[in-house]
Design a protein around this ligand. Structure first.
Ligand code: SF4
Length: 350
């Protein structure tokens, strides 16, 4: 009888499958077969492992669990964006995963936590606080639920602050990146953080040089503290210094994410302040137009305002991209699907 909890199959490493086959007295080659079934063929039960003997499959069934989450709802946007609401163990533990198509690219936007401890004032995910960390297997499972074979890029931009769940997130990245795992290149994996300097410096020593995106969202500390409660733990200067360490260690330019909020951080003076910050770091800027969240006071800026902001950056020599707003008709900003589902008054029908 197995007295341990079954292990999530989607967080197995080769050393784990080696150990498992040794424990079960099986030939070593079964270890690779097992990894192939889990990550290449993404089976949902041992019964599908047709080249493994039935008695062995029965033993494996006691040791492994293939899916922890259940799919509560899928939404499809007219632009091809697809959003999954997954439930883990109880109705309180729900997270979102979004697939965003763009030309040949299929990006999975994954959650790292249930809810979020940061509580940004513009974000739906932070409204209910933190409900717990997701395990590495639960993170990988989100990608598999979207159809891992079609996913080309991963962004940790769903619910949660990935660097406050460092162990599980880096374990998941190893699996997502490994040739025996999902085989997604380091350059195609982005970790997005509100900026925890110590964790960024630790990530600079991590063996997989992923893209680092900093959710800056403000051109100075005063505005930032109004938007991001955790801004009180580190100044922009301290965070950019850690980002510079990351750049020097990995050679990867930092992406600065800047969410444009009408009349809060979208004025020309703000663009000039932002441009000055950009001069201190090798970075590129993503400008994102806010998607309104019911019950929150922020507004989406006008197209003209966004254009002016970008022009100010450009005339200061800073390149920026305006990120297309995807899936607006299914509320693709982080936390919104979950919030709609638990708040029937804002239009959920199922
Ligand atoms: S924006 Fe990101 S860090 Fe801020 S509360 Fe939402 S999920 Fe958390």
């Amino acid at each position: 009888m197995n007295l341990r909890n079954p292990q999530h199959a989607l967080e197995l490493f080769p050393r784990d499958t080696d150990g498992l086959v040794a424990e079960l007295g099986l030939p070593q080659y079964v270890s690779k077969q097992l990894l192939d079934w889990v990550y290449k063929k993404q089976v949902q039960s041992v019964d599908e492992m047709s080249n493994i003997r039935k008695d062995v499959r029965e033993r494996l069934a006691e040791e492994l669990e293939f899916r922890k989450g259940s799919l509560v709802k899928t939404q499809h946007a007219s632009d091809g964006t697809r959003k999954h609401l997954l439930e883990w163990e109880s109705t309180e533990k729900r997270t979102e995963t979004v697939m965003i198509p763009a030309k040949a690219r299929r990006t999975a936007c994954v959650s790292s936590q249930v809810g979020c401890p940061v509580g940004c004032t513009f974000c739906a995910s932070g409204l209910e606080g933190l409900g717990g960390n997701l395990s590495a297997g639960q993170i990988v499972e989100q990608v598999v639920s979207l159809g891992a074979d079609e996913i080309t890029n991963i962004v940790f931009m769903g619910m949660g602050e990935p660097l406050s769940n460092y162990q599980n997130v880096t374990r998941a990245i190893r699996i997502l990146n490994a040739p025996w795992g999902l085989g997604i290149g380091a350059r195609k994996i982005t970790v997005s953080t509100v900026g925890l300097p110590a964790a960024i410096e630790k990530l600079a020593k991590f063996e997989i040089p992923v893209t680092l995106a900093l959710s800056l969202h403000a051109p100075n500390d005063d505005i930032r503290k109004e938007l991001i409660p955790w801004a009180k733990f580190a100044t922009i200067k301290e965070i950019l210094k850690a980002c510079d360490t990351y750049f020097k260690a990995t050679g990867r330019e930092i992406t600065l994410e800047y969410l444009l909020l009408h009349n809060v951080n979208d004025r020309t003076a703000h663009a000039k302040e932002l441009a000055a910050l950009c001069k201190t770091l090798r970075c590129n800027v993503n400008l994102i137009r806010y998607n309104e969240v019911p019950d929150l006071p922020f507004e989406r800026p006008q197209t003209e305002q966004v254009r002016r902001f970008q022009e100010t950056l450009s005339s200061a020599g800073v390149n920026s991209h305006i990120r297309a707003s995807r899936g607006r008709d299914i509320a693709a900003a982080c936390g919104q699907l979950k919030r709609q589902h638990i708040t029937p008054s804002i239009g959920e029908s199922s």
